[in-house]
Design a protein around this ligand. Structure first.
Ligand code: SF4
Ligand code: SF4
Length: 248
């Protein structure tokens, strides 16, 4: 994979890389391609030859950084009411700690776009569904707000819209009484643009998120996953997340 030409300097990059043996090889960043693919024409169905995925290099995720969270809120029109317990949040930063050593890692957690999504299995109306290209969504027209999916999701990735919603983003129509979650920015992906969180992480110079087609050998994400150790959170549950992490 090529060096991140948007990183501050090669020296700085190598210095950072030298700090941890667990980092990707020196000079390698998880760099988002400017565009994941060509836009999908409106009259074309999603295709199972594609599986969209996300790779997070936790070595490069800064504990203090919330660029991905902020970009998601902006992109999806998530205007909070100052109530963290109930405000919608499609991405949150979490801290992982190794109990024996106290070693901690900060990482973004969002819908993992599971290949075997329990949220869809338990949904009584079919509102929770997986697209052929692996993106898991909620059809708000048929969501009855039972929240079974929220209980079934092992990643606590879903939110419930408790209150009347105003000033919604045109690309993310929401509804009071419906469940919602990260859409992997399907509206952008379908237009051939990487998700807003990936773009923001890239713009911040962190280079910790990479988006692409996990089934396309030409996509950087596929090459990095083949070359470096990555993990799926709670892989034992066999949900087969499309979100992978490096460094944990
Ligand atoms: S992370 Fe949760 S909401 Fe997302 S696909 Fe998996 S089970 Fe469903
Ligand atoms: S809250 Fe909506 S999406 Fe979730 S299980 Fe119930 S009907 Fe399905």
């Amino acid at each position: 994979m090529s060096e991140n030409c948007l990183s501050p300097t090669r020296r700085g990059l190598l210095k950072a890389a030298a700090g941890s043996a667990a980092l990707l090889a020196p000079g390698v960043f998880l760099l988002a391609a400017p565009s994941p693919s060509k836009a999908r024409p409106d009259d074309t169905a999603t295709d199972s030859s594609v599986r969209w995925g996300l790779l997070v290099d936790t070595n490069r995720c800064d504990q203090e950084c919330t660029a991905c969270v902020d970009a998601c809120k902006e992109e999806m029109g998530l205007i909070g009411k100052g109530r963290p317990a109930t405000d919608a949040q499609y991405i949150r930063k979490v801290e992982l700690a190794e109990p024996k050593t106290g070693f901690t890692r900060s990482l973004p957690m969002m819908c993992q776009h599971c290949s075997n999504p329990p949220c869809a299995d338990v949904c009584p109306t079919g509102a929770s569904f997986k697209r052929a290209d692996g993106i898991v969504l909620v059809d708000r027209h048929i969501c009855i707000g039972c929240r079974y999916c929220m209980m079934a999701c092992p990643y606590k990735a879903r939110s419930f819209a408790h209150e009347k919603l105003e000033d919604q983003a045109a690309n993310n129509p929401r509804g009071k009484g419906c469940v919602e979650a990260c859409t992997l920015c399907a509206h952008r992906v379908d237009a051939g643009i990487v998700p807003a969180c990936v773009e923001a992480c890239h713009a911040k110079g962190r280079g910790a998120m990479l988006f692409g087609d996990l089934q396309n050998p030409e996509h950087a994400i596929t090459q990095v996953v083949a070359q470096y150790p990555t993990s799926q959170i709670r892989a034992d549950l066999k949900t087969d997340p499309g979100v992978r992490y490096h460094g944990i």
